[in-house]
Design a binder for this molecule. Structure first.
Ligand code: AMP
Ligand code: MG
Ligand code: MG
Length: 319
């Protein structure tokens, strides 16, 4: 008995692995990011800049959050590659933007065995500081998420999705905002996993980047209903909370920072995300940023939706 006890306590005292420390720090960085997103909105000056056009925006919140997350994680994990959406000048980052905390609860979880030996230089972190910027500028606040995806060996293995305005219409007593996180092989936390109604085809898709191709693909799936909301993070939340049965976007436009964290969380609960051809996404640091051949994601019944994609749609989307 004595030997067993010692073995157990030595085992439970094992230092957290690099991966779990990165996830725990990303969790806190995403919570700080959410505060920045809310503060910028409350201050009222969004500082909107058009990037490639009127449907591709950047605000002061996108800029500050990217600086905050990237600088905070780079300070703790200097050899990790961090790729953020926004192109920003390499300014000094204000100390007040740095988050040095981490989530203790995450450090208490056991790292899946296949990830215990990961080294810093083998990780790539994909940061979307504010997903759903268009909706943020239009006051559709619960469409907004902050996305931190963690990749190893080209695969999305862990992710954090913060929803800064979760519950914002639920009244003053409801806690504002939430953080969802997950690790492949461990699971996903911070929400109630729910399946969409059986036998119904409820499609979630873009609100601000529709096209004839996007709509043709959805029609071919014979949907019972179509939900049009902003953000890739928000659409994956619709899947894991049973509001929609498939996320269908037959268009280029989504990038690796949009899909990395959502993919890790969806895969951690047994879902599937690919491009429209069924190819999985790669997240190594050299990869092309654009997901040129669109997105198809489901929690269940992936094969039904994949089988309904018309060849004409596939031919229009080159990976
Ligand atoms: P949406 O579903 O339209 O909200 O898009 C999900 C994510 O992909 C957001 O970060 C969008 O900015 C990005 N995205 C999708 N399509 C486009 C596009 N045509 N141009 C620019 N960004 C896009
Ligand atoms: Mg985005
Ligand atoms: Mg963004």
């Amino acid at each position: 008995m004595q030997i067993c006890f010692c073995f157990f306590s030595a085992f439970s005292m094992a230092a957290p692995t690099l991966l779990m420390r990165v996830v725990a720090s990303a969790y806190s960085a995403a919570e700080k990011a959410a505060t920045i997103v809310r503060n910028v909105m409350a201050a009222g000056d969004l500082g909107i800049v058009e990037k490639s056009g009127a449907n591709d925006l950047q605000t002061k919140a996108d800029r500050l959050v990217q600086k905050s997350i990237c600088a905070s994680l780079a300070r703790k994990f200097p050899k990790v590659t961090i790729i953020g959406e926004e192109e920003l000048p390499p300014d000094e980052v204000d100390e007040e933007l740095i988050e040095d905390g981490h989530c203790e609860e995450i450090l208490k979880k056991t790292c899946p065995a296949q990830y215990t030996g990961i080294k810093e230089e083998e990780l790539v972190i994909w940061v979307d500081p504010l997903d759903g910027t268009k909706e943020y500028t239009e006051g559709l606040l619960d469409h907004v998420t902050v996305l931190i995806g963690i990749a190893y060996g080209g695969k999305a293995i862990a992710g954090v999705i913060n929803q800064p305005y979760y519950n914002y219409e639920a009244g003053a007593n409801a806690a504002l905002g939430r953080t969802i996180w997950g690790v492949l092989g461990l699971g996903a936390f911070g929400f109630q996993l729910t399946e969409a109604p059986a036998g119904k085809h409820i499609i979630v898709t873009t609100r601000s980047h529709s096209s004839a191709l996007v709509n043709d693909c959805i029609s071919a799936m014979n949907p019972d209903s179509v939900i049009r909301v902003g953000g890739a993070g928000n659409k994956i939340i619709q899947l894991i909370e049973g509001k929609a049965s498939a996320y269908v976007y037959a268009s280029p436009g989504c990038k690796k920072w949009d899909t990395c964290a959502p993919e890790a969380i969806l895969h951690a609960v047994g879902g599937k995300i690919t491009d429209i051809h069924g190819n999985s996404f790669q997240y190594n640091k050299e990869v092309k940023h654009m997901n040129s051949a669109g997105v198809l994601a489901t929690l269940r019944n992936y094969d039904y939706y994949a089988s309904r994609i018309p060849n004409t749609v596939k031919q229009s989307l080159v990976p």
